[in-house]
Write a protein that binds this ligand. Structure first.
Ligand code: PMP
Length: 315
């Protein structure tokens, strides 16, 4: 009763995942690598209600990963795969990788735990130069490394399947390296061939839909080419979303669902709403990814209006 008055027990009871944990067993990770995977799903009830949508709209919140993005999964699997193949040696190898940011962060911290020194650059041409100039450099190559989609085939896909109790009908997902959509798409199509896989790409660089590469601000997706790891055999449809739409929908997730997520999450939601409005999808379950948290984008236009409000604030 004392605790209940302080609000503590009700908080614990309301947690979906806390209930089975009261078994007296230790649950203490021995390092961050043990915390990768098993991110939660959330149904977007407020948005569904406001838009009068007759589908179940579900998002997988990847900011629950130790380094706060979907790329922790690929970082871990690619490092472990390279270790197993004897391609990298802790303390000797320098990892060099082109990344829009989230994979780089995942690789850095997972590698720190494993002890290789690490350097990376965000530009493809710099990678080649670095590889030539740095002794013992190794490029994991997220765009072609099979360990990347494998992380999602063995992790993200089964998680979605189990946590939706096999009810998922449509999977909507942006593509950067193609790892997530290819790994999850392959797994879900094996489990349930009727599942539709819908790929989200920036309207300004809609190369999967046959358009030209162009600049955009949906960080993490739309690299401007079709990577080897994007297996289009698993994709039923590509939907283009503009940077402006992605921003608007990322802000909707914050304001209406209390989910502070990144720009590519907004792009995924925008695509989901297009799919949700179709007559043939009534009553279906649409699952999408929220690949990263919003804190990583504070310096971008996602937060422009917030910055303006702060500047105009009088105390
Ligand atoms: N969104 C964000 C924020 C990302 O960092 C990435 C990875 N670059 C993606 C989406 C796309 O994931 P994938 O590389 O698995 O296609």
């Amino acid at each position: 009763m004392e605790g209940a008055r302080r609000g503590l027990p009700s908080l614990i009871i309301s947690s979906l995942f806390a209930q089975e944990r009261d078994d007296g067993k230790e649950r203490i990770a021995s390092g961050i690598t043990e915390l990768v995977g098993w991110t939660p799903l959330i149904e977007l009830k407020q948005i569904m209600r406001k838009d009068g949508i007759d589908v179940r709209l579900v998002g997988k919140i990847e900011s629950y990963q130790p380094l706060c993005s979907v790329k922790d999964r690929s970082a871990l699997r690619m490092i472990e795969d390279a270790e197993e193949k004897g391609l990298i040696t802790p303390g000797i190898t320098t990892l060099v990788e082109p990344t829009s940011g989230n994979l780089g962060i995942g690789l850095t911290y997972i590698a720190v735990q494993k002890d290789p020194k690490l350097g990376f650059q965000g530009l493809l041409d710099r990678v080649k130069q670095l590889k030539e100039n740095i002794p013992n450099a190794h490029v994991l190559d997220q765009f072609a490394n099979a360990a990347n989609p494998e992380a999602h085939f063995t992790g993200t896909g089964p998680e979605i399947w189990k946590d939706t109790a096999g009810k998922v009908d449509i999977f909507v997902c942006g593509s950067g390296s193609g790892g997530t959509i290819t790994g999850v798409g392959k797994y879900l199509k094996i489990k349930k061939p009727s599942v539709k896989i819908i790929c989200v790409e920036p309207a300004e660089s809609a190369v999967i839909s046959g358009g030209n590469p162009g600049s955009h601000n949906i960080q993490g997706i739309g690299p401007g080419f079709i990577p080897k790891n994007l297996d289009t055999a698993y994709i039923d449809e590509a939907i283009a979303v503009s940077t402006a739409e992605a921003m608007t929908h990322a802000r909707r997730l914050a304001k209406e669902e209390g989910l502070l997520v990144g720009i590519s999450s907004g792009a995924n939601l925008a695509a989901c709403l297009k799919v949700a409005g179709r007559q043939e999808n009534r009553g279906k379950m649409i699952v999408t990814m929220f690949p990263s948290g919003g804190e990583r984008y504070i310096s971008t236009e996602l937060f422009d209006s917030v910055r303006e409000e702060c500047i105009n604030m009088t105390f």
